[in-house]
Ligand binder design. Sequence first.
Ligand code: AMP
Ligand code: MG
Length: 313
Amino acid sequence: MSPLVNAAEIAEAARILRDGGLVAFPTETVYGLGADATSDRAVARVYEAKGRPTFNPLIVHVPDLAAAEKLGEFPAPARRLAEVFWPGPLTIVVPRRKDCPVSLLASAGLPSLALRVPAHPIAQGLLKAVDRPVVAPSANPSGRMSPTTAAHVRAGLGRKVDLILDGGACRVGVESTIVGFLGREPQLLRPGGIVREDIERVMGHRLATASAGDAPVAPGQLESHYAPHAALRLDAERRRSGEIYLGFGKRDGDRNLSPSGDLVEAAANLFRMLHELDETGTKSIAVAPIPHEGLGEAINDRLRRAAAPRSRE
Ligand code: AMP
Ligand code: MG
């Protein structure tokens, strides 16, 4: 596995992940904050631990291309890139498969999925042992530098992580290159560990670069995110006639984000419940007030964007 981490530690880490816990582990790029990608609740804990003010979509890690193809629809050029560069610091964004079990919160409600197969032997060992897709954004508090040693992770996240697998320093130290296969032509969504020229050589042509307005794409360009078809009315104390009500805490409704008023539970339920209510074909969803503390900031940010007037493609 690695001289620094033995098989028993990997097994313990896999058990923690399957139980919904958080495990920081080394990849060849930076240390990732890992959680079971199929669990809304585990994914919500990742956002909470990082203290992110927004739900940006997370990269889903799997041990190989076969596992990736169970989650996303790979067009032929995407498969070719995967065959050449995986395992390695390349993330491929593709449409999510209909039967994909990954939490909607992990992709921030988007119909796409960012997938990566890391090369690091500890990451590989862990992913095989978990036998589930794992989200793993960089293991640092939001707005701080990405960690390239276990000590960085400990200093930044401390007791918010259930276990840190210490594999020494990361080799690449910059994040993965992200290539998207969502539109007519592939796009470079984020430069990273694998250089553009190497990707272009394999593709046999130049790679378009995402520009602002080509949503949903790279960090900072995710404005036109998941938006429901229904209009949203926020901070609604009660339901008005014709509305469907999404409750929180004691304000109960057609669905309740968290009857006990727990913000981690509310984050875990947010996208799924919005989708479910939207699928009823309602014209208007009223949402109960959500406190602005902790994960409430990210929940309110997402609701505000979903409620904002938007252009439809
Ligand atoms: P990281 O913070 O390194 O985990 O990278 C996350 C980044 O991956 C996000 O900020 C997006 O740029 C990109 N990403 C993740 N999931 C998606 C997705 N479903 N569609 C488009 N981009 C994505
Ligand atoms: Mg990061």
